[in-house]
Every structure is written in structure tokens, then in C-alpha cells.
Design a protein around this ligand. Structure first.
Ligand code: NDP
Ligand code: A1CAB
Length: 274
């Protein structure tokens, strides 16, 4: 599916690159995608990889865009948005930043209220992302559909009614890939400490994650039942899970995710001020 959607990215870092990979030449022609970034290396890489337009400064391309994607760090957002004001008229502004609230973006944009706040994740790079998203009142039906199409180009979407839920989404799926990588790293380390080679440990740990995740996605049973099926009475899995319970692993994960959500809220409070 290709359409003529003109999309400008402000910030061409890790997450923007993951999104552009799913959009360029797929949802829209590469020539319809424009990236503004202060980092010349990032721009050169993006242009070479995807054949998109790039510039180091905001220019007239922005005013001609249908969608402006804000993809800089939360700490950089206020300064960046201030530069956009003269160029934002009726475009949809789509933010992927953690923490920064739509009300603050709208105020910085002098009352512009066609804003969709989203929280994607890096598996977007391979079309397996999932994005939580919420629209402000000024977003038209067509703009909501465009936002959905952009994020669906790199995976699934989950629409929320309440912007407050973006912080929990950030804690679950936005930051989530890092928890998975952390768990895989621990499994790889354990594999090596028990005598397997790095290559063997990598293959075993990663395939186990992929296989178990796909089984969980396809099974009609809850994951707790799938876990119980692996856990023979008095067996090896029971020994491992008992050790995890005794160390408070589950509660640690819950605490960590609540810390991520709290950090999202704090970023909004810290970097969303006037
Ligand atoms: N990484 C992830 O997994 C996810 C990230 N996000 C959100 O995405 C956003 C971007 O994150 P990520 O891609 O990881 O960050 P990156 O640092 O990789 O990308 C941000 C880019 O913006 C550039 N930049 C800084 N200032 C400006 C400016 N004034 N004008 C234009 N470009 C500028 C940076 O350049 P320089 O490096 O020189 O500063 C950098 O290339 C964040 O708000 C984050 O919360 C959301 C979901 C997941
Ligand atoms: O760590 C962060 O703040 C960003 C948001 C979600 C994933 N990365």
C-alpha cells in the first residue's frame, strides 16, 4: 500500500530510523519523507539507506508536510518545538517522545491541537513493533487514520482513551525490548558459565525467547498455563523458578516497570514546563 503522505521527521536517531525503515517505499515514496537532524552522520546514513530527503535545518518542506513526527529526546523537545511554530499550520503533529504531554506540545505550538502522542518500540525496525497512541481533540478522522497507518507500517497499534496510560505503555512495550535483551544477556552468561560456547549459548537463549513468545502469542491458554506445562514436579524448571521466587525476581520486574512509568511522568513534569 503506497500513498502520497508527506512526512517530516524532526530528529533522525534510533527510533526515527526504525520507523522510516517501515515507511520508505512502502506506506509512502521515499521522496515524500524528510528528516531534519543536527547530526550530519545520522542524516548521511538515513539518506544512503532509504533514499529520503534530509536537511540540517527546518525549511519549507515542513510547511508542505501532512505529518510532522517529533522524534528528538524529551530533554530536547521544547527547544525544537519552538523552532517549528512558524511552519505548523494544519499538519498532524505526531510525537514519539517519552513523557512529554500533548498539552505542553500544544502550548509550545501556540495552541495547535492536532496532536497524536505515541509510544512505539524498536522491533519496529523489523516490522514487529507495537505502538500505544492517543489523539487530542483537534485530530481529524483522516489524521487519526494517517497516524494509525504510519505506526501500522511498522507493526501493531493500540489506541488509548486516556493520555495518562502512555506512561504505563512506555513501561511495558516502549522500554520492554530492553528488559527482554537483559534477560537474554543473563541466559547467555549463565550458558557460558556452565560450559557452553558463546555461540551455543546465544543460539539457545535467543531461539528459546522467539519460540516461547510465538507460542504465547498463538496459544489459547494463558501464559501461566504454558509455564506450568514446562514445570515438572520436582524437576529442573521447578528448581529454577523456586530460585527466582526466593530472589524476588517477579516483584523486581514489577518494581522496575513502575519505575519506568514514574520516570515517564517525571520527564513530562521536568521537561514540559514553560
Ligand atoms: N529508542 C527507543 O527505544 C524509543 C525511543 N522513544 C522516543 O523517541 C525519541 C527519540 O529517541 P531515540 O531515537 O532513541 O534518540 P536519538 O538520540 O537516537 O535520536 C534523537 C536525534 O535527534 C537529534 N537532535 C537533537 N537536537 C535536535 C534538533 N534541535 N533538531 C533536530 N534533531 C535534533 C539528535 O542528534 P544528536 O545525537 O546530535 O543529539 C539525534 O540524532 C525520544 O523522545 C524517546 O523518548 C520512544 C520509544 C522507543
Ligand atoms: O528509554 C527511554 O526513555 C526511551 C523511551 C522508551 C524506550 N526508550
Amino acid at each position: 500500500m503506497q500513498n502520497n503522505l508527506k512526512i517530516s521527521f524532526i530528529g533522525g536517531g534510533n527510533m526515527a530510523a526504525a520507523l522510516i525503515g517501515g515507511l520508505a517505499g512502502k506506506l509512502t515514496a521515499a521522496g515524500n519523507i524528510h528528516v531534519v537532524d543536527i547530526n550530519a552522520d545520522s542524516l548521511a546514513k538515513l539518506q544512503q539507506q532509504f533514499g529520503i530527503k534530509t536537511s540540517s535545518e527546518i525549511d519549507a518542506t515542513l510547511a508542505a508536510s501532512d505529518v510532522v513526527v517529533l522524534a528528538v529526546k524529551p530533554q530536547q523537545m521544547k527547544g525544537v518545538v519552538a523552532q517549528l511554530v512558524p511552519h505548523i499550520k494544519g499538519q498532524l503533529v505526531l510525537s514519539i517522545a517519552a513523557g512529554i504531554r500533548a498539552v505542553d506540545l500544544s502550548r509550545w505550538l501556540k495552541g495547535h491541537n492536532a496532536i497524536v502522542r505515541t509510544m512505539p518500540n524498536t522491533p519496529a525496525l523489523i516490522g514487529k513493533g507495537i505502538t500505544g497512541m492517543v489523539a487530542t481533540e483537534g485530530v481529524s478522522k483522516e489524521q487519526r487514520a494517517a497516524a494509525d497507518a504510519i505506526m501500522r507500517a511498522v507493526g501493531e497499534t493500540v489506541w488509548l482513551d486516556d493520555e495518562k496510560l502512555i506512561d504505563p505503555v512506555t513501561a511495558v512495550s516502549g522500554s520492554g525490548p530492553a528488559y527482554v535483551f537483559y534477560f537474554i544477556e543473563a541466559m547467555q552468561q549463565a550458558a557460558q558459565e556452565m560450559g557452553l560456547t558463546a555461540e551455543q549459548g546465544n543460539a539457545l537463549a535467543i531461539s528459546t525467547f522467539v519460540g516461547a513468545a510465538q507460542l504465547a502469542a498463538q496459544a489459547s491458554d494463558p501464559v501461566a498455563v504454558l509455564r506450568e506445562r514446562v514445570t515438572s514436579k520436582g524437576g529442573t524448571t521447578y528448581a529454577a523458578l523456586s530460585s527466582m521466587e526466593a530472589s524476588g525476581v517477579k516483584q523486581s520486574i514489577i518494581n522496575a516497570m513502575k519505575a519506568a512509568a514514574a520516570r515517564g511522568q517525571a520527564l513530562g513534569e521536568e521537561f514540559g514546563q514553560d
